[in-house]
Design a protein around this ligand. Structure first.
Ligand SMILES: Cc1ncc(COP(=O)(O)O)c(C=O)c1O
Length: 457
């Protein structure tokens, strides 16, 4: 077999890059990458010198903006001093970072495992649960349909959305049970809040009891790329109560919704809920270094004092990640970004609601803090979507992608979710004027979807 197709020896040429690289989560033939060469604050710059305001912090990762100087200096200084040592050794930065984490995490999460991606953090979480309960045989995990938990074998199976469909024939990770979401716009039970009695939470009690051997429930407290589902206020406290009553662990996947994104350090803080395990990544270093965390409570920590812990890797607790993590927390605190996200989120939400009232193709707008989704629909009354999971998996152009491309042509990046949502999740440093400029661009770009929406409403 020959290697990559030879192309022009121009490393900023998108076709040249594409000939030798996979993108993933798409049909590769549909990948038309814009080659980026620089980032600063709210902006990215491509090889042709075009600048883009990043309205989504990439996939909700660059919470401190691009190239945060304090984080980058911390990585450089650490690299000069001790760039790498294996996870079995301790480092001063690891101790310092853990101490800082304890300041901001829910106070019951006191012991930490570091890995390199959100997927690995969730892998570690479910492995810990299954190990903990293995003698009792309580190895099944409940997850939700509108969810994404990662791209590895286990986390693909945990994922509820279409990114699971293509992979699960492998049967790589049995024992995952999916349950309906608190998705009020399209309530899976056909009910209305609050008369519903939050049936989606009660269903979890039913599922645990009927499955019989559930070790944990994993959920995104505020769903990310699968549609920014913000639960009703009773939901998370009730799920916490249900898991406790049934002796199952609660795993909060805060890989996307953590780190100030929802206007609190972590999304669970909005409801005062303390999970048994929290996983997080992305904003942990402001997206400047690959790092993830699986934080556990004391019960789990105590168990592994005398039982084999089946997690760890060559780059776990990498000193550069530890240094980046310390600097990131310092930046969230110094710039007061958490309360700022909460306050600016009110303005952002108001501006996005205005779009909904003006555009026939915007069916729903929902969010919290600086994490929002616009759900596009072909028909506002029937809520008929433009696209289906099947379109997504077969590489047919999605309406959200058309709107996002229009935004890009106007100098704004917005993240396309799965399958009908645009995800608005800017760096927490965004100014009010930049919010307004991006919303105005969106107002224009949504004409693309309006043209194909039914006008009966
Ligand atoms: C909620 C959630 N969980 C898990 C992951 C997987 O993280 P990673 O891409 O770092 O493996 C993601 C990534 O987008 C995510 O949004």
């Amino acid at each position: 077999m020959s290697g990559a197709t030879p192309g022009p020896a121009d490393k900023t040429d998108s076709e040249y890059l594409k000939s030798s690289n996979y993108s993933g989560f798409r049909l590769e033939a549909t990948w038309k990458p814009t080659v980026m060469v620089r980032g600063e604050g709210m902006y990215l710059e491509d090889a042709q010198g075009n600048r883009y305001l990043d309205f989504s912090a990439q996939p909700a990762a660059v919470n401190l903006g691009h190239n945060n100087r304090h984080v980058i200096e911390a990585i450089k200084n650490q690299a000069d001093r001790l760039a790498y040592v294996g996870v079995g050794f301790g480092t001063d930065v690891r101790a310092e970072f853990s101490h800082k984490l304890a300041e901001v995490l829910p106070d019951n999460l006191t012991k930490y495992n570091f890995s390199n991606s959100g997927s690995e953090a969730n892998e570690a979480a479910v492995k810990m649960v299954r190990t903990y309960f293995q003698r009792e045989g309580r190895t099944k995990i409940i997850s939700r349909y509108n969810s994404f938990h990662g791209w590895t074998a286990a986390t693909t199976q945990l994922t509820g959305g279409p990114r699971r469909f293509v992979a699960e024939t492998t049967g790589a990770y049995p024992g995952v049970v999916h349950v309906p979401d608190p998705y009020c716009y399209r309530c899976p039970f056909g009910l209305k809040y609050p008369e519903c009695g939050v049936a989606c939470a009660e269903y979890i009690d039913y599922a645990i009891k009927n499955e019989g051997n559930i070790g944990a429930v994993i959920l995104e407290p505020v769903t990310g790329a699968s549609g920014v589902v913000v639960p009703p206020k009773e939901y998370l406290p009730r799920v916490r109560q249900i898991t406790e009553e049934n002796g199952a662990f609660l795993i909060a996947d805060e890989i996307l919704c953590g780190w100030g994104r929802t206007g609190e350090w972590f999304a669970v803080d909005n409801w005062g809920v303390k999970p048994d395990i929290m996983t997080t990544a992305k904003g942990i270093t402001g997206g400047q270094f690959p790092l993830s965390l699986t934080a556990t409570n004391r019960t789990i920590a105590d168990y592994f004092e005398e039982n084999w812990l089946p997690v760890s890797g060559t780059f776990s607790a990498h000193p550069l990640g530890m240094a980046a993590g310390i600097a990131a927390i310092e930046e969230y605190q110094r710039q007061n970004l958490i309360p700022r996200a909460r306050e600016l989120g009110v303005h952002l939400g108001k501006r996005l609601e205005e779009l909904k009232s003006r555009h026939p193709s915007v069916g729903d707008v929902r969010g919290l803090g600086l994490l929002w989704a616009l759900e596009l629909v072909k028909n506002k009354r029937t809520k008929a979507p433009f696209n289906t999971p099947d379109d997504y998996l077969h590489g047919r152009p999605l309406m959200i992608q058309k709107v996002a491309s229009k935004m890009m042509s106007m100098g704004f990046f917005v993240y396309s979710g799965v399958v009908s949502h645009l995800i608005v999740s800017p760096p927490l440093i965004i100014s009010e004027a930049q919010v307004d400029a991006a919303v105005e661009a969106m107002d224009e770009a949504l004409k693309v979807s309006d043209q194909e929406a039914d006008r009966e409403n």
